[in-house]
Design a protein around this ligand. Structure first.
Ligand SMILES: NC(=O)c1ccc[n+]([C@@H]2O[C@H](COP(=O)([O-])OP(=O)(O)OC[C@H]3O[C@@H](n4cnc5c(N)ncnc54)[C@H](OP(=O)(O)O)[C@@H]3O)[C@@H](O)[C@H]2O)c1
Length: 359
């Protein structure tokens, strides 16, 4: 069974990766150009082979819309129509399932309407995104010496689809949990399912957290250096990222990792398009779509804003069966060096980057 996955620019200047001349144009003109352009096939994805021997192939379908256009500037019906067009293109190529990349899964009702009108099955990929964010965060905590039961967890974007699921699964393992949302009443609703937790709208509260999972659908970074406690691990699942790029230069006493970077099985995996990851690796949401194709599952899978633990656990089982695994840690688009991890571990024990300087 074959698959497709929708990608789109995270900001207008991403267009220069396809056409350098776009750098010469102001943003409003590029937006006008995007609105006139139809979705199209970006690349053919080949070389995927599961541990079971099953193979699959697929396509990236490019939707020329930014998060700002999808969330703020176009009527929702128009955005849905353009995403459904992507599903039709995928069906014409022979795909039986399509994954909704980045904001195509955030906009509206999280894929429910799109699935009802798509000629092929649809998934947001959010179940495996949650699974890998949790696995990666716990592994990073262990490497720097954070003991969950004695530590504080903060979830930023706790009212969202991914944030809420991460909170429900991880909070029972942590001593205390801080849920950060924009709307206090909505954020307090999540508390109903979680013990030892508080809800807040104040980002300054996360300064108490040893592990921060941040997963808002903000179009700009919401977290900066001053928000974090020394020795903390921050897992930034959001795309575009929630943590300001400046943090990478300003703080060597915290570990900022990207959520959901996964090695895809197959000796010669070729995505045919550079989305900024090392060869043969992909976002977890892409991998969920690929796993469904390898499973010959032509039914829609993760849809809507409430994720189920059953589906999240199912993606974990499939990842083991087919040979998908976390591809080490990445931070601000680069592989995370071991000495960066060691520095943070030292900060936690000695209060400085090296044991000697603490003497
Ligand atoms: N790394 C991956 O593989 C991967 C996979 C899938 C998705 N993602 C990314 O994950 C993020 C969230 O996805 P989702 O499906 O969970 O979205 P969602 O269900 O729409 O939830 C978004 C959350 O962000 C909050 N939010 C929105 N705008 C904000 C702002 N300006 N400031 C602070 N909080 C804000 C929302 O609060 P309200 O409830 O108040 O609106 C909500 O809590 C997106 O960036 C998406 O691209 C990454």
């Amino acid at each position: 069974m074959k698959f497709a996955f929708i990608i789109h620019p995270l900001q207008t200047r991403d267009l220069s990766r396809f056409a350098t001349w776009t750098k010469l144009f102001p943003e409003f003109m590029l937006e006008k150009m995007m609105l006139k352009k139809k979705p199209q096939i970006v690349s053919h994805i080949k070389g995927i082979q599961s541990k079971t021997g099953n193979t699959t192939e697929g396509w990236f379908i490019g939707l020329p819309l930014t998060p700002d256009l999808m969330m703020n500037k176009l009527p929702l019906e128009d955005v849905y129509e353009r995403i459904i067009k992507c599903c039709e293109i995928a069906a014409d190529e022979g795909a039986s399932i399509i994954g909704l990349g980045a904001f195509t899964s955030v906009v509206g009702d999280g894929g429910v309407t799109i699935a009802s009108k798509s000629p092929i099955a649809v998934t947001t990929g959010n179940s495996y995104t949650v699974e890998t964010a949790i696995e990666g965060s716990l592994a990073a905590c262990s490497m720097v010496g954070i003991i969950p039961g004695e530590s504080t967890l903060a979830i930023v974007g706790a009212t969202g689809s991914i944030g809420q699921a991460c909170a429900r699964i991880l909070a029972p393992r942590f001593g205390h949990t801080i849920l950060v949302g924009r709307d206090l009443t909505k954020t307090k609703q999540i508390l109903k399912h979680i013990d030892h937790a508080k809800a807040t709208t104040s980002l300054s509260e996360i300064k108490k957290a040893d592990l921060v999972i941040t997963v808002t659908s903000s179009e700009t970074a919401v977290l900066k250096s001053s928000h974090f406690k020394s020795g903390a691990v921050i897992c930034d699942v959001a795309r575009p990222r929630d943590v300001s790029h400046k943090v990478s230069k300003e703080r060597d006493d915290i570990l900022v990792i990207e959520g959901g970077v996964v090695k895809v099985p197959g000796a010669d995996v070729d995505f045919g398009f550079n989305f900024g990851f090392p060869q043969g690796t992909a976002y977890a949401c892409m991998c969920e779509t690929i796993m469904l194709a390898l499973e010959q599952n032509a039914e829609s899978f993760t849809l809507g804003k409430s994720l189920t633990v059953k589906q999240i656990e199912q993606t974990k089982k499939w990842s083991k069966k087919h040979g998908f695994e976390l591809a080490g840690f990445r931070s601000f688009e680069k592989a995370l060096a071991n000495d960066a991890i060691q520095k943070v571990a030292n900060y936690r024990v000695f209060g400085s980057s090296t044991p000697l300087s603490s003497i």
